[in-house]
Write a protein that binds this ligand. Structure first.
Ligand SMILES: C[S@@+](CC[C@H](N)C(=O)[O-])C[C@H]1O[C@@H](n2cnc3c(N)ncnc32)[C@H](O)[C@@H]1O
Length: 281
């Protein structure tokens, strides 16, 4: 394979420029009707914990869609990404109430109900965006148990579901898609990641712990207006697939070159499936 961007290196941390590149497509894709249901069932969450917050994309999108005073705790294990959050969040909520925020270095796999509610604080809402596929069955179960145990709602958006359509199609698309999905489910340091199964596992876990769960499809529909994102996404997708399946490595450069040429000429449309989940206690 030729040189790859940071986000394309399998197992590499997310890069701030990759998160910036995808932010508008993420905002367009998230299911707004789940936010309406959240507002109806849980009008003013107050304190909100965003898991795997990165540079704060979820808070920038959601804070102006919720009412009441909000205090966001943006949690990530990557302090460098959190360093980009400063002063990028809206100052006011949907109804003009103040929005404040802090960042916190936290490994979300250690989350417990005690992190969500204590003698002098209560978290009303836990959010995440593009995170669940990086977790294991046990870790998602622990997050569900913590949220429900603390009486906390959860809005978990943009979990990949393993459906990718590239138009026009090519015979090799399926092999790359299959290898990419397998790569997402690899075992890293003894942790077997859920990849495209994460949303279904989360749905089941929150329901089993007693939450009312709703889900909505939230795909990216990328086309002529998203050439830079399509190019970066293709580079990462092909690199991960080739890292997973050595048989694909010898085809990867030529396949990527053809796909990038089509993307740069505005001839490629890409649909990437995601699921959003709302769990109400
Ligand atoms: C694909 S990025 C999404 C970032 C952000 N939510 C967004 O939508 O732009 C995944 C984020 O999860 C964070 N992350 C992954 N595993 C984590 C863990 N165990 N604890 C805390 N953060 C984690 C990464 O550092 C990264 O910021």
């Amino acid at each position: 394979m030729s040189e790859r961007p940071d986000h394309a290196v399998p197992g590499a941390p997310a890069a701030a420029d990759w998160l910036a590149l995808r932010e508008a497509a993420d905002a367009e894709a998230r299911a707004v009707d789940l936010v309406e249901e959240l507002r109806a069932g849980h009008p003013a969450p107050g304190r909100i914990l965003d898991l795997g917050a990165g540079t704060g994309s979820m808070a920038r999108w959601l804070a102006p869609r919720l009412g009441g005073p909000q205090h966001w705790v943006l949690a990530d294990r990557d302090a460098a990404l959190l360093g980009h959050v400063a002063d990028t969040l809206p100052a006011v909520a949907r109804d003009g109430s103040p929005v404040t925020a802090e960042t916190r270095e936290l490994d979300v796999t250690t989350l417990t109900a005690a992190d969500l509610a204590g003698p002098d604080f209560h978290t009303g809402l836990v959010t995440a965006s593009a995170l669940l596929d990086l977790l294991t069955v046990e870790e998602i179960d622990a997050i569900a148990a913590a949220c429900v145990g603390a009486g906390c709602a959860a809005l978990l958006t943009l979990s990949v579901v393993g459906s990718v359509r590239i138009d026009p199609g090519e015979p090799r698309d399926l092999a790359f898609a299959t290898a990419f999905d397998a790569h997402q489910q690899r075992t890293v340091d003894g942790r077997t990641l859920l990849g495209p199964h994460a949303a279904a596992v989360a749905e089941e876990a929150f329901a089993r712990h007693g939450a009312a769960v709703r889900s909505r499809s939230s795909p990216w529909h990328l086309g002529l207006d998203d050439v830079d994102l399509v190019v970066a996404w293709l580079q990462g997708w092909v690199a991960a697939a080739a890292a997973q399946d050595p048989d694909l490595t010898r085809h990867a450069d030529a396949y990527l070159e053809r796909r990038l040429e089509a993307a740069e000429q505005g001839r490629l449309r890409v649909t990437v499936g995601h699921l959003d989940l709302l769990a109400l206690p």
